[in-house]
Design a protein around this ligand. Structure first.
Ligand SMILES: Nc1ncnc2c1ncn2[C@@H]1O[C@H](COP(=O)(O)OP(=O)(O)OP(=O)(O)O)[C@@H](O)[C@H]1O
Ligand SMILES: [Mg+2]
Length: 477
């Protein structure tokens, strides 16, 4: 078992009080007893709904090597049969450990924020940098006030590269997180209406994202979407934060990481790009124009951290769309295959655009139709009805003729769509499921997209249940 932290270093970093004999060290860090691995330290974090202290016994059963608990909770925990480190506040202790991990690390650090594409970009970086060194990266979308320190604290001392996803719902959330991460490169993927409920407009979202520049290492670089309407604002904010190296990526002629050729196919893209003076071509194994845009940021960041670009470019061919983020399934139907595009993980106006483009680029067979199954985009606050109705223009533009809609907010879109588009609206996912299952025909391409909270992943499961998958065009789960 390789040690992530010795107990001595763990106690010192957190300024904790050890109770009982400590093990030599811990092999990992967990805040969830269900996914805890034997030998992990269990941090009893108090979240909005749950308190980790209530799962101390479960964590011990799962094999926790050490428990990190709050002084105030100690009396109510009873007798625990595992070594304990007592701290004043468990989240603060995790942050301190994260800071210690950053201090001991020699890795090149990349941080990714933006309104859409953070996880996609982070996973693409993890994938390509793995071709040139040891990489540590955030799990899932662990991008918030506990996800970021957890990812830091989990960073092994010998990794060559580390990639952090940093997200926010409000102003002032990114700043303290990025100051712990201290990246060498900060990427802003794009600015769009996501979590707009807490903001007046897109400029304010851009300003909150710009907090990421405040934590850059001296001489660090900002990598910005040159094709995004808020490039200039972000560029200005980066310079105001004292960043000297600001680079753009995109098809804009002034991009430092510039797309020079782009061929989109149903299951991959072929690109040519000029990356800081280096001409290159690459095949990207995951489809979609939005993926190409993310890859330009990946290539730019990879060059900035000194990775071998030829190896990085070669690795792009094995990229694959992930579950809920564009993963494709070819479903078996007695009359011929149905293509399912699973975009059920999240939705906002920008990612709706990306997903509709993906649907549009996927060929149907025989009498097949392109079908969009769309659910509510959450967290848009007062702008919600307007932004849902505005999807009508997007849909008309792509020529999709068959639309299934579900969720209270989607009613606004159902009312805004022109009469010649065949539209089925239902209040929720359960009501929509039978209608969708009955409607599918051989040759169809169906794209399912909604915010996660609306639960359209259930529609994906229902389709996979009724029509077993023949193959997965992109087979990464
Ligand atoms: N550069 C991009 N521009 C627009 N849409 C994108 C881009 N990259 C990805 N998307 C779309 O956004 C969806 C979600 O992507 P991803 O999970 O990477 O976003 P995220 O920023 O990590 O979201 P979250 O805030 O939920 O963590 C994808 O399935 C795709 O439809
Ligand atoms: Mg994410």
């Amino acid at each position: 078992m390789s040690l992530l932290w010795t107990s001595e270093a763990l106690v010192a970093a957190m300024d904790g009080r050890p109770l009982g004999p400590m093990p030599e060290g811990i092999s990992g860090i967990s805040i969830d007893s269900r996914s805890l691995q034997p030998g992990d330290a269990f941090f009893a974090i108090k979240g909005e709904a749950m308190d980790g202290h209530d799962f101390a016994t479960a964590a011990i059963k799962a094999g926790a090597g050490v428990l990190v608990v709050a002084e105030g909770k100690l009396p109510s925990l009873g007798r625990l049969t595992a070594p304990i480190i007592v701290v004043e506040d468990v989240l603060v202790a995790l942050e301190k450990l994260g800071v210690a991990a950053r201090t001991r690390s020699q890795a090149k650090i990349i941080a990714v924020t933006g309104s859409a594409g953070k996880t996609t970009t982070k996973e693409a970086l993890r994938h390509v940098l793995s071709a040139v060194g040891n990489v540590h990266a955030s799990a899932q979308s662990f991008n918030n006030q506990w996800g970021v320190p957890l990812t830091l604290a989990r960073m092994p001392d010998d990794c060559d590269y580390a990639v952090f996803e940093i997200g926010m719902n409000h102003p002032d959330e990114i700043r303290p997180l990025v100051k712990m991460v201290r990246p060498h490169v900060a990427i802003v993927t794009m600015i769009a209406a996501a979590h707009l409920g807490f903001f007046r407009n897109l400029d304010e979202i851009a300003k909150a994202k710009a907090e990421i520049f405040e934590g850059l290492e001296p001489d660090g670089a900002a990598v910005l979407n040159r094709d995004d309407a808020r490039f200039k604002l972000l560029d200005k904010m980066a310079h105001a934060a004292g960043v000297e190296h600001v680079y753009g990526f995109g098809e804009n002629a002034r991009s430092t990481f510039k797309l020079t050729k782009c061929e989109l196919h149903a299951d991959h893209s072929d690109i040519a790009a000029r990356i800081g003076g280096h001409d290159m071509i690459a095949r990207i194994g995951a489809p979609g124009r939005h993926m190409v845009q993310n890859v330009l940021a990946v290539l730019g960041a990879a060059q900035l951290v000194g990775a071998d670009l030829d190896k990085v470019a070669l690795a792009l061919v094995d990229l694959s769309a992930e579950r809920g983020r564009g993963k494709r399934h070819i479903l078996r139907h007695s009359g011929g295959p149905i293509t399912l595009i699973d975009e059920s993980y999240n939705a906002n106006p920008a990612s709706m655009g990306a997903a509709m483009a993906l649907l549009n680029a996927t060929p149907v067979t025989g009498e097949g139709r392109r079908i969009a199954v769309l659910g509510d985009m959450l967290e848009l606050g007062d702008h919600s009805a307007k932004l849902h109705a505005a999807l009508a223009d997007l849909i008309v533009g792509t020529g999709t003729q068959t639309i299934f809609l579900g969720g209270p907010e989607m009613r606004a879109l159902a009312e805004a769509l022109p009469g010649d588009i065949k539209t089925e609206y239902r209040a929720g996912v359960e009501e929509l499921k039978p209608v969708l299952l009955a409607a599918l025909k051989p040759g169809d391409v169906v794209m399912i997209k909604s915010s996660k909270g609306i639960g359209f992943a259930k529609l994906v499961d229902a389709l996979l249940g009724k029509f077993p998958a023949q193959s997965t065009a992109n087979s990464q789960s």
